[in-house]
Design a binder for this molecule. Structure first.
Ligand SMILES: *[C@@H]1O[C@H](CO)[C@@H](O)[C@H](O)[C@H]1NC(C)=O
Ligand SMILES: *[C@@H]1O[C@H](CO)[C@@H](O)[C@H](O)[C@H]1NC(C)=O
Ligand SMILES: *[C@@H]1O[C@H](CO)[C@@H](O)[C@H](O)[C@H]1NC(C)=O
Ligand SMILES: *[C@@H]1O[C@H](CO)[C@@H](O)[C@H](O)[C@H]1NC(C)=O
Ligand SMILES: *[C@@H]1O[C@H](CO)[C@@H](O)[C@H](O)[C@H]1NC(C)=O
Length: 507
């Protein structure tokens, strides 16, 4: 090497080192993050997985310029004194035992970031009782660097909410996962998410989605929506006027930059080449290190908010199921499971995920293990849909000419104490409840095959894919795949999971 080129290399190295405060080689890093409810002594812990509470505190704590948050609602501060709260009537000691301090610490980290003049943008749904968006309003009060915006997706899609749970710090660090901005999501509800650090390329795309939601909140939905006959889902419903559920010649020009444009289609077909990140990342939470480049992706719901070649969230789920190798295993963990819509006026039948599962158990001889939450707010017709899926095992074996050796197995996940949740007092009487309301549930939403991991924010019901805001991160990185499998197996093999009884005796 000539001295001049050596000088250039050294100079370049020095510039690169100076531009990165912590290391000379800026590198994207990924960890899995979990919340594990208190009082689950029989659940083995997976080493190297971070806790959601610490991840959220770090995102706020490390923010120097800006912090963007998508939240359904705010309940970081517990309210045992408020008769309207599901925390009502529990003593201060009980609240500490439940882990309420963790929520307080996350809220404090947000206040501190706001006081450091970090530009905080909060995009939220209208919140929940008892005090709805009071916490974000409190953060915004008297701080011009904090913006709080409520976006009602019902105005745009007829129903639906902002349900994504996303934090983006300084355009490079992120949380994407199932945890709400709720103290209970840190220590009383089981959650799974991913923490990405130093990944500006991924953050930049996530911010486009954030900005799309932000833009909608400032537009008059009356001017930008249409009621149409949706041929794909056989329902009359309201959609944004640029939706592919509207006939091509009747569509408007999208006010969002670079939304997906696909000619000659009704609805949103799967993309043949969805956008992938080919960014190498480290996985410090795992011993399985790898320096190769494995693809990763983001997927978004509803599809009208997807852009460029980014896939819709449903495609992300379906293709994770279908990524399973011949004879391999898919693991799916979810709070809800319904093969239909829940909130639409017309009830829509939705078999996208169950079809994908049946397809791989038939032709690929795959095993599919599904963990569904059973809790105080269990949706009553879940059981019928699960049994319908279990019937695939019967169909698989229904002819001696079938070469079908796959199997679907389903278990209900019961966090102990779920039947004893609710306020501790009603008026002045003790209720006998052992935990606050909306606790003691597996709320994680993810799928992992033997090659690909998909971590989402959406419940597995039609509405979450077509009218509700949701985001997923997926990757083929073997360390994340293996660790997510470990998280699933810890739950699946624990005494808290019990098989769904099949109506049919297939064996
Ligand atoms: C890594 O390996 C060591 C030694 O086997 C073990 O103690 C540790 O728990 C492992 N860490 C992770 C994150 O798996
Ligand atoms: C910043 O994040 C790192 C982990 O990514 C964490 O160790 C550190 O404590 C965080 N700093 C603050 C001030 O929160
Ligand atoms: C935002 O915060 C301000 C200041 O507290 C409050 O007056 C306003 O109602 C909040 N807006 C929303 C949409 O929550
Ligand atoms: C939205 O637009 C409609 C029709 O163009 C109009 O009647 C309505 O007042 C507008 N709403 C707002 C909040 O500007
Ligand atoms: C409290 O319990 C008593 C006895 O069960 C009942 O008579 C009374 O109506 C209850 N009070 C309230 C406010 O629920």
């Amino acid at each position: 090497m000539k001295p001049s080129s050596l000088f250039f290399v050294l100079f370049f190295f020095a510039v690169a080192a100076a531009s990165s405060s912590s290391s000379s080689r800026p590198q994207c890093k990924a960890w899995l993050a979990q919340s594990i409810p208190t009082d689950m002594p029989l659940l083995p812990r997976v080493p190297g997985v971070l806790s959601t509470g610490e991840v959220l505190r770090w995102l706020a704590g490390n923010a120097t310029k800006r912090l963007d948050i998508i939240a359904q609602y705010w309940q970081l501060l517990a309210q045992p004194e408020n008769p309207k709260s599901g925390d009502y009537g529990f003593s201060a000691e009980e609240m500490e035992r439940f882990g309420a301090g963790e929520g307080r610490a996350v809220y404090k980290s947000l206040e501190d970031a706001a006081d450091r003049k970090v530009d905080l943008r909060i995009l939220q749904h209208s919140g929940v009782a008892p005090d709805f968006d009071q916490e974000s309003a409190d953060l915004a009060l008297g701080r011009p660097n904090v913006q709080n915006v409520t976006l009602l997706l019902g105005d745009w899609w007829g129903s639906g909410i902002v349900h994504a749970k996303v934090w983006i710090s300084d355009g490079k660090d992120m949380y994407i996962g199932s945890a709400n901005n709720d103290w209970k999501s840190l220590t009383q509800v089981k959650e799974v998410g991913v923490y990405l650090v130093g990944c500006p390329k991924i953050a930049k795309q996530l911010e486009i989605y954030f900005n799309n939601l932000w833009t909608l909140s400032f537009l008059n939905s009356t001017d930008y929506t249409k009621k149409v006959w949706d041929k794909q889902w056989q329902a009359k419903r309201k959609v944004p006027c640029w939706s592919h559920f509207i006939h091509e010649k009747d569509r408007c020009r999208s006010p969002l930059p670079s939304t997906i444009v696909i000619d000659h289609v009704d609805g949103y077909p799967a993309l043949s080449d969805p956008s992938m990140f080919h960014i190498p990342f480290e996985t410090p939470g795992s011993n399985l290190s790898s320096t190769s480049h494995y693809s990763s992706y983001l997927s978004f719901a509803p599809p009208e908010l997807s852009f460029r070649k980014f896939q819709a969230d449903e495609q992300g789920w379906v293709e994770t199921i279908k990524s399973v190798r011949f004879g391999g295993t898919v693991r799916i963990s979810t709070m809800d499971w319904l093969g239909q819509s829940q909130y639409l006026t017309q009830t829509v039948y939705w078999s996208s995920l169950s079809s994908a599962i049946s397809e791989v158990i038939f032709s690929k001889r795959a095993t599919v293990n599904i963990l569904v939450a059973y809790w105080a707010h269990f949706i009553e017709n879940t059981d019928q849909y699960l049994k319908s899926l279990l019937y695939s095992n019967v169909l698989c074996q229904s002819s001696k000419y079938n070469h079908c050796q796959g199997k679907v197995n389903i278990k209900y996940y019961k966090v102990p104490g779920f039947e004893k949740t609710g306020a501790a007092k009603s008026k002045n009487n003790a209720t006998g409840n052992l935990y606050p309301s909306y606790t003691r549930v597996n709320h994680g939403k993810y799928a992992v095959s033997d090659v690909r991991a998909h971590i989402g924010t959406s419940n597995l019901i039609w509405d979450y894919f077509y009218t509700t805001a949701g985001v997923s991160f997926g990757t083929y990185h073997p360390a994340i795949v293996a660790q997510l499998q470990e998280i699933f197996d810890a739950d699946w093999n624990s005494p808290y999971a019990a098989p769904v009884e099949s109506l049919i005796s297939s064996e």
